[in-house]
Design a protein. Structure first.
Length: 273
């Protein structure tokens, strides 16, 4: 059986797979790491649809000459989904009170909602909390959706523009021990929230830079990966200490570990020493 992806022969070796389903299991895993998603299957020139997909997956590969797979870049799917999600907000705004109460059950089955649940679960939660119980205003939801769209459409600009946020966050983390010691609990809690939000955004944008080919595999990337792994472990320790109200450890980690490492990670990702 010859395997093609978007009409071109694919360098994929079949080992012990017997059915299309077994072949697809490996291919979908490979696609996930390549920044693409499966969008169509054609067997010997016959395109499969939803109703025939089960039969196609059950086919034995020695009965097939050509398996042609169509893929779509996940960035393109993300842009399409976010545009549709923005339209969902507009639709929700135009509904009556009684219609809004029923809206979520229909909305959560839409392709853009399913995509968000899979790829952007935190964003899905914002939509769920807005459509289901009004926890966020639709204006706030628009702003969040617009930001996510920018992160995919212009990740380089978003990365560059995040520098002041990174620097301000690091400065607040360095001040955290003093805030704790002087009883500024509200500011300390706000610093933790800002840190969480800023680092989540950094990793989202960095992932987009990877997916879209702005970051290539080299020694600098390997060094950055090591820094990120170490940072993740320290963050876990930091958050656990915060939950246990271990203020001394929280302050020490924030000032001497988290702040300098976050700044170093950003500088390394930006190609600076």
């Amino acid at each position: 059986m010859e395997i093609k992806i978007n009409g071109r022969p694919a360098d994929i070796t079949i080992d012990n797979e017997k059915t299309v389903a077994e072949v697809m299991a490996g291919i979908e895993q490979w696609l996930a790491g390549s920044g693409h998603r499966l969008s169509g299957i054609t067997v010997d020139g016959q395109a499969a649809d939803i109703s025939s997909m089960e039969n196609v997956f059950a086919k034995e590969i020695d009965t097939i000459k050509t398996l042609d797979l169509s893929t779509t870049p996940i960035t393109e799917l993300g842009i399409m989904s976010l545009a549709n999600l923005y339209g969902d907000i507009e639709e929700y705004d135009g509904l009556s009170f009684s219609e809004r109460k029923r809206f979520f059950e229909d909305w959560k089955t839409r392709p853009q909602a399913v995509f968000a649940l899979e790829q952007m679960p935190d964003l899905f939660s914002f939509f769920e909390n807005t459509f289901l119980n009004g926890a966020f205003s639709t204006q706030t939801l628009r702003s969040i959706t617009e930001e996510r769209l920018r992160e995919i459409e212009t990740p380089v600009d978003e990365f560059s523009n995040s520098r002041p946020l990174i620097e301000e966050t690091c400065a607040r983390l360095a001040d955290l021990p003093l805030d704790i010691q002087t009883g500024k609990d509200s500011r300390a809690a706000q610093t933790i929230q800002i840190f969480s939000s800023v680092t989540e955004k950094f990793f989202r944008v960095y992932r987009q830079l990877e997916i879209q080919g702005y970051i290539v595999q080299n020694a600098a990337k390997e060094n950055l990966s090591g820094q990120i792994n170490e940072f993740s472990g320290t963050v876990m320790e930091f958050l656990q200490a915060y939950e246990k109200n271990d203020t001394v450890l929280v302050g020490d980690l924030a000032e001497y570990e988290i702040a300098p490492r976050l700044q170093k990670i950003y500088n390394t990702a930006a190609g600076e020493k």
